[in-house]
Design a protein around this ligand. Structure first.
Ligand SMILES: [Zn+2]
Length: 121
């Protein structure tokens, strides 16, 4: 294992697969979204402070879900009685719940990447 931190893309992909951002082997979560303190494989401490995650989670959430939200609002205003509105909202909520561990994992990865980013020259 090298000392170089992995690429941002790698870290995000590992987070999406709910794996350790450093080694890509250890599981991030004990249960659905209960985070392990450390990687069972490489012993990386996932979060230095529990609160570290929320900023990144919010960032990812906004990036991923601002667009569907705009679509929902648009639907509601211009098509208030369409059944597609309810289908879309149900799909959106289902997608949000389903992808919660993936987004959490990506947030852990992003936090890890940011903490270990190469120093600027
Ligand atoms: Zn690991």
């Amino acid at each position: 294992m090298s000392d170089q931190p992995p690429q941002l893309r790698t870290v995000l992909a590992r987070g999406f697969r709910r794996k350790c951002p450093r080694c890509g082997e250890g599981d991030l979560f004990k249960r659905w979204i209960t985070l392990h303190d450390r990687c069972p494989v490489c012993d990386l401490q996932y979060l230095q402070n529990q609160g570290d995650l929320w900023g990144y989670l919010l960032l990812i959430d906004r990036a991923v879900f601002i667009f569907p939200l705009i679509v929902v609002i648009y639907f509601r205003i211009y098509n208030p009685y369409s059944v597609w509105f309810y289908i879309f909202v149900a799909a959106l909520i289902g997608g949000l719940l389903y992808s919660l561990p993936h987004r959490n994992g990506m947030s852990v990865g992003l936090e890890y990447y940011w903490r270990n980013r190469p120093p600027r020259t």
